[in-house]
Every structure is written in structure tokens, then in C-alpha cells.
Design a protein around this ligand. Structure first.
Ligand SMILES: Nc1ncnc2c1ncn2[C@@H]1O[C@H](COP(=O)(O)OP(=O)(O)OP(=O)(O)O)[C@@H](O)[C@H]1O
Ligand SMILES: [Mg+2]
Length: 250
């Protein structure tokens, strides 16, 4: 691999006495789709949030585009063209679709022309949003809210897009639309994507490579195709779906 766009080494993070990340190593090359799978409570969302500086890393390093960002404040990280769609979507329910998208654009300083181009891309990818520009975010369906959350992240013109469980709670057809959109962004724009998924089957088919997290540690990694064939992956994450409790929304 060339120098990765994101390189994580020995990353540790805690909530009080609970150590959620216990020394994580993970690489994402530019132009790659990488998926992170694992059971409830494994630390997947924490990894994504630690890249954003909340919680702060207790030890280890996060290097993005050759720069150590381990101690960079959260509000600066968005300016470095890293965007995330967090677990539970977290759109602004009282704001319109257009205003939600505007918030995404405000995360970086794009020119009016760049903003217009981003908006064009978002509505081409998700035509449903175009018909609903004046509608309040909170009144969108679950699938539409997910589209809005991804659209808002895209408005900041990311180089690295991180998505936390984008298919959670969606009907299979809508989930497929979301996965297809991610594939298009990757193929057409070379967008680099980190996707946390409970839908391991879909995610491993979509991703170039995957990592499996158990109790705050990476236990397995490989290409999507390799991981799909592993018996322990099939048993834990594919056959019969997730074996753990239903994930809490939000
Ligand atoms: N704000 C918090 N305060 C205290 N503990 C937390 C907090 N957030 C997460 N944890 C704990 O950290 C561990 C990892 O949680 P995390 O949300 O990263 O898991 P996850 O892999 O994303 O799980 P899921 O698949 O259910 O979303 C869990 O034990 C969880 O209880
Ligand atoms: Mg999570």
C-alpha cells in the first residue's frame, strides 16, 4: 500500500474507567472503501468518534494525509475534509432539508461554485431530497433522513467519509440504495470511505477491505471477499444476522 490516507496505530480511548479502544491499528488507502464490523459494544462508534477527537485518544496515533491529528480539536478536523455521518443520523429535525445541507457546507470554506456543485451531486445521488428541500428534517422517513445525513456530510466536500451504520433500521430496498450511492461516490470521485456496519454481508461485498473488532481490539482483517469466506465471520456476523441485542437507535 502507498502511504495510507488514514493510519491508526495503537489507539486507546476510554470513558472513565471503561476502556473502549485497547490498542487499535487500522489503515485506509486513498480511494478505498474499508468496513469495520463487530458486535454491539465492540468499540466501532468509539473508533469513529476518536478520529474526530471526542473522546480524545489516551494513547496511540492518528495520522491523516501524513499529518498527526491525534490532538487536533474536533472543529478543525472537519476543515481537514474528514466528514462523518454519525450513528443515529443526528440531522437537525426542526431545520429544513436545505438548511441541514447548508450546515454541512458550512463545515468547510467552499466557494459558492463549490457549494453549488456539491448540492448538485447530492441531489443527483438522492433525487428524493430535491423534492423535499423545504420539508423539515424531522418529518422525513428514516431512509430519507439517512440520505440527508450522508448528503450533509458530502456538502463539506470530504476526502474521507465515515459512516456509522448507514443501513440501520432501513428496509432492504432503501439500504441497497444507500450502498449503491456509496459505491458510485467511490467509483466516480475516488472518495475514500470508512463504513461501520451491522449488515456485514452488504458491507463486506461493498468494501475493498474489512476489519473485525472485538472488545476494543482488531482481531481479523482482510479483503471483503476473504472475510466473507471465513467460517468464524459467517458464524458470528452472517448466518442468522447479528447474535447480540438489537442496537439502540441514536
Ligand atoms: N458516552 C459513553 N459513556 C460511557 N461508556 C460508553 C459511552 N459510549 C460508549 N461507551 C461504552 O464503550 C464501549 C464501546 O461502545 P461503542 O458505542 O463504541 O460500540 P459499538 O461497537 O459502536 O456498538 P454498537 O454496534 O452497539 O453501535 C461499550 O462498552 C459502551 O458501553
Ligand atoms: Mg455503534
Amino acid at each position: 500500500m502507498n502511504a495510507p490516507l488514514l493510519a491508526i496505530r495503537g489507539l486507546r480511548a476510554s470513558y472513565g474507567k471503561i476502556e473502549a479502544l485497547k490498542g487499535v491499528d487500522l489503515d485506509i488507502a486513498a480511494g478505498e472503501i474499508v468496513t469495520l464490523i463487530g458486535a454491539n459494544g465492540a468499540g466501532k462508534s468509539t473508533l469513529m468518534m476518536t478520529i474526530f477527537g471526542k473522546p480524545r485518544a489516551r494513547a496511540g496515533r492518528i495520522v491523516y494525509d501524513g499529518r498527526d491529528i491525534t490532538s487536533v480539536p474536533t472543529h478543525h478536523i472537519a476543515r481537514m475534509r474528514i466528514a462523518q455521518s454519525p450513528e443515529g443520523r443526528r440531522i437537525f429535525p426542526r431545520m429544513s432539508v436545505a438548511e441541514n445541507l447548508q450546515m454541512g457546507a458550512d463545515a468547510t470554506d467552499g466557494t459558492p461554485a463549490e457549494r453549488a456543485a456539491s448540492l448538485d451531486k447530492v441531489v443527483t445521488l438522492f433525487p428524493r431530497l430535491k423534492e423535499r428541500m423545504t420539508q423539515r428534517g424531522g418529518t422525513l422517513s428514516g431512509g430519507e433522513q439517512q440520505m440527508l445525513a450522508i448528503g450533509r456530510a458530502l456538502m463539506s466536500r470530504p476526502r474521507l467519509l465515515m459512516l456509522d451504520e448507514p443501513s440501520l433500521g432501513l428496509a432492504p430496498l432503501i439500504a441497497k440504495q444507500i450502498f449503491d450511492a456509496i459505491r458510485v461516490l467511490n467509483r466516480q470521485d475516488g472518495l475514500t470511505v470508512l463504513i461501520v456496519e451491522q449488515n456485514a454481508n452488504h458491507a463486506l461485498r461493498l468494501a475493498h477491505r474489512g476489519y473485525v473488532m472485538v472488545n476494543g481490539l482488531i482481531t481479523l482483517s482482510g479483503t471483503g471477499a476473504e472475510l466473507l469466506k471465513r467460517p468464524e465471520i459467517r458464524a458470528a456476523y452472517l448466518e442468522g444476522g447479528r447474535q447480540t441485542d438489537a442496537p439502540a437507535a441514536g
